[in-house]
Design a protein around this ligand. Structure first.
Ligand SMILES: [Zn+2]
Length: 316
């Protein structure tokens, strides 16, 4: 049974927003584009994994949780997918890379090779798995649960895999996951149905998603480097202006009434987790503070804190 499914990381939305609000020649532009590409690829690989694992329907009690982020003594660790069975826990590290993958041992090294033969080492998913298994073991021991934890790395089906030696952890293709899990040996019942259910609920309620916002801090950007304006969903420019009680695009004439809501969402992604009337006007290129007040008051998720000059808004 699936106790937690996966959703699109908000960071992708945040980065797309940031990308259109920095100058064309900004030095971090390529970093952001690469990060968006990697995150989208990662997410699509994970969705594929989720589809394949849905074919895994064992007769024994079990729990599946996708994208779990736990915290242990101030350290966050994120698990792509976690399966609890009566005799062990299996965590998966899901990789979705386009290149050929070469795995060297002694020392263990993962290398991706592009079609034109260029080679780049990348962080070993086995080392990442070992770290997560260790942290999860300590996390579980605090609940007096001691159960073996195994790890597995899955790669996209189109990867060509080349091993110099058998790696210490099973590396499989994502589409093999259901078959792989069906062959798991469930030797003893260390966890019964009720314990599995309780543990899964505990893990889900302990899940703390990583918050990458605000992005100005992450990328050391000044607020002055962020372009203001309300985004036009039709022509994709920051060209909407408030006139005659509507948002109107100066380029394509698209009309709307709620585009400022997205602008505020973008503000929280990029700048900081509060917004004042003045900041809102500057960001949406609006002159009138009363109009700004009216628009801000109409956003259901916003709550005003304080009175008159010192007031600001935050997400409830
Ligand atoms: Zn437009």
């Amino acid at each position: 049974m699936i106790y937690k499914s996966r959703s699109v990381p908000l960071e992708i939305d945040g980065l797309i927003t940031l990308e259109r609000r920095i100058a064309q020649d900004h030095p971090i532009r390529s970093d952001i584009a690469r990060r968006i590409y990697n995150m989208k690829a990662g997410y699509s690989g994970e969705r594929q994994y989720d589809r394949y694992i849905s074919e895994f329907k064992p007769s024994y009690p079990h729990a599946i949780m996708h994208d779990v982020c736990l915290k242990l003594d101030g350290i966050y660790f994120q698990i792509d997918s976690l399966l609890i069975t009566p005799s062990k826990i299996v965590i998966s590290e899901v990789k979705n890379l386009a290149e050929k993958i070469i795995v060297k041992t002694k020392p263990l090294q993962f290398i991706k090779e592009t079609p034109n033969g260029e080679r780049f080492p990348f962080r070993s998913p086995i080392t990442e798995l070992d770290r997560k298994i260790h942290l999860l073991r300590v996390w579980l021991s605090q609940m007096q649960i001691d159960v073996p934890i195994e790890g597995i790395v899955t790669f996209a089906y189109n990867n060509e895999l080349q091993f110099e030696e058998t790696p210490p952890v099973d590396l499989i293709f994502t589409y093999e996951i259901a078959a792989y899990l069906r062959n798991l040996k469930i030797e003893r019942d260390m966890l019964n149905r009720q314990t599995i259910h309780k543990l899964a609920n505990k893990i889900v309620s302990a899940h703390r998603p990583f918050n990458p916002f605000p992005l100005v801090e992450r990328y050391s950007l000044q607020q002055s480097e962020i372009m203001p304006g309300v985004h036009c969903p039709s022509c994709n420019q920051l060209t909407m202006r408030w006139m005659n009680r509507k948002w109107k695009c100066l380029i394509c004439n698209h009309l709307g009434r709620s585009e400022h809501q997205n602008a505020v969402r973008e503000w929280f992604f990029i700048n900081k987790n509060t917004i004042t009337n003045q900041e809102f006007r500057k960001f949406t290129l609006l002159d009138n503070r009363h109009t700004a007040q009216y628009l801000l008051a109409g956003i259901p998720q916003l709550q005003m804190v304080g009175k008159s000059k010192g007031s600001f808004y935050k997400i409830t």
